[in-house]
Design a binder for this molecule. Structure first.
Ligand code: RP5
Length: 161
């Protein structure tokens, strides 16, 4: 597939409106790093056609990374990874009954041949940071924004408690 000149946007998708409060962490860090993103609800089981259309056109639409949050059986990141050659970062969403261990194990245990980079439970900020690292490989501005952010983080850690 022909790539756009610069596939430097991040797609944030999530299985349900109820995932949004967690996925806001990803939005926040992308905003801080001045990375363009689009956010939408795409459910593998409630809106399968939407998921197919999204995944199959993601690269053509200028996305360079997909961040997918899902809870419970959490098949969204894996399904999207099977339909797109873009890197997919999965965010396991904490669930009421199993505290997100279900989501984590589901997303992390992708079978051979279809990887999903799995974050910690509710680790949406790290998903944004990892997306920035990937985009920063070919977008100098983003790389420098990320480097600056890391320097500030380091500076903010006091030596003494
Ligand atoms: C998954 O089911 C979603 O990702 C969400 O985390 C979970 C529960 O969804 P709701 O019942 O709250 O819509 O598809």
């Amino acid at each position: 597939m022909k790539l756009n000149k610069l596939n430097n946007k991040v797609a944030i998708i999530m299985g349900s409106q109820s995932d949004h409060s967690v996925m806001k962490g990803c939005e926040k860090i992308l905003k801080t790093l001045k990375i363009k993103y689009q956010i939408s609800i795409v459910s593998a089981h409630r809106t399968p056609k939407r998921m197919f259309e999204f995944a199959e056109s993601a690269s053509k639409n200028g996305f360079g990374v997909i961040v997918a949050g899902a809870g419970g059986s959490a098949h969204l990141p894996g399904m999207v990874a099977s339909l797109s050659s873009l890197p997919v970062i999965g965010v396991p969403i904490e669930t009421k009954k199993l505290k997100g261990l279900d989501s984590l194990l589901s997303i992390v245990q992708m079978p051979r041949g279809c990887p999903v980079a799995t974050m910690s439970i509710n680790g949406s900020m790290n998903a944004g940071l990892l997306a920035a690292s990937i985009i920063g490989n070919f977008d100098e501005k983003i790389k420098s924004n990320l480097e600056k952010w890391k320097r500030l983080q380091t500076k903010s850690i006091k030596k003494k408690p």
